[in-house]
Design a protein around this ligand. Structure first.
Ligand SMILES: [Zn+2]
Length: 324
């Protein structure tokens, strides 16, 4: 007889619990720290020991979300902290910085940007007071520098004056040509540039202590992928990255953490569908306009923000594949 009824778990309960677990996006590590969003700090989850991720909203930037629409994270070593992406405004960047400060007082020595897009870099400015090295792919400075005026104007009109306040373009002070290691004390971050894919300045980061891989926008989940580099290049990069043995990966948009290789499957299918459809239309002598009305539309229900980005993706793919 069992007096401790709480410990009795029926097979049905067990199966139900297993199913529930299977549906949860990879949070095997029980977070030691999980903060709810407050007015001065962002929501945060510790996805592995010392590895923290904030999940941005799957939305277009707006005065309401204040530029909080991408994932950002930080890794805490025994000596110092590295922040990986800084969200899309000074307002939410400051909340991310407060979230770091709520976890640790160790110095923020590195602010790493996974690529040039405003939703990942416009919070950089608030970390200037920490005097970190701003680290990025060697091509980021040129890419962001040449688009800065356009990015600033776009953010100003979409965020509104209040959420736009304080935004500055902060270019990298340390450029990664191929690979670079950053020692945080007791753990190392390995930074690797990638061939042109989501953009021409993508950078991935692996934490040695937990084998966590930050993919930036090379991995989209839920949020439709957005193409600003090369669709064929992106598919090639996915082929390689899928084979990594990372314990978990962090997407640029989507859940806090996911698992390889499944994490890439919807994105790979989406991009491959566009390539197949656009190639067929080009072969049939169809125009770009035809392509923007038909190519890849079978993917519409699989993604959020599809109507905001899909036509642009097809347009970019058409231009690339027309000459491929
Ligand atoms: Zn991006």
């Amino acid at each position: 007889m069992c007096n401790n009824r709480g410990s009795v778990v029926t097979r049905k309960d067990f199966l139900r619990a297993s199913l529930a677990l299977a549906a949860v996006p990879l949070l095997r590590h029980v977070p030691a720290y999980a903060a709810a969003p407050s007015s001065d700090s962002v929501e945060l989850s510790e996805i592995a020991p010392g590895v923290f991720v904030h999940q941005g909203r799957v939305e277009m930037q707006s005065p309401e979300n204040e530029g909080d629409m991408a994932n950002a994270g930080f890794v805490v070593g025994s000596e110092s902290v590295a922040v990986i992406d800084t969200l899309g405004s000074a307002v939410v960047g400051e909340r991310l910085r407060n979230a770091v400060r709520a976890v640790t007082n160790k110095p923020i020595r590195y602010v790493i940007n996974t690529h040039m897009h405003p939703d990942h870099v416009f919070g950089n400015v608030v970390f200037k007071e920490d005097a970190p090295a701003f680290v990025a792919n060697h091509k980021l400075a040129r890419g962001l520098g040449s688009r800065a005026d356009r990015y600033l104007a776009m953010s100003k009109s979409m965020l509104g004056d209040k959420a736009f306040q304080g935004i500055e373009v902060v270019l990298p002070t340390v450029a990664v040509d191929d690979k670079m290691s950053l020692d945080l004390g007791g753990r190392t971050l390995l930074l690797e540039t990638q061939k042109t894919a989501h953009t021409d300045n993508d950078l991935i980061i692996t934490d040695s202590a937990t084998n966590t891989l930050f993919l930036g926008d090379l991995l989209f989940s839920v949020h439709v992928p957005t193409l600003d580099g090369s669709i064929l290049g992106w598919l090639a990069v996915i082929d390689t990255l899928k084979k990594r043995n990372a314990a978990r990966v962090v997407p640029g948009h989507g859940p806090h953490a996911m698992e390889l290789p499944e994490a890439f499957e919807p994105e790979q299918r989406y991009l491959a569908t566009i390539v197949t459809d656009v190639r067929k239309l080009i072969k049939e002598g169809k125009t770009l306009e035809d392509a923007t009305k038909t190519a890849g539309f079978e993917e519409r229900d699989a993604w959020k923000l599809f109507d905001h980005y899909h036509v642009r993706n097809v347009t970019a793919a058409f231009a690339e594949l027309e000459w491929a």
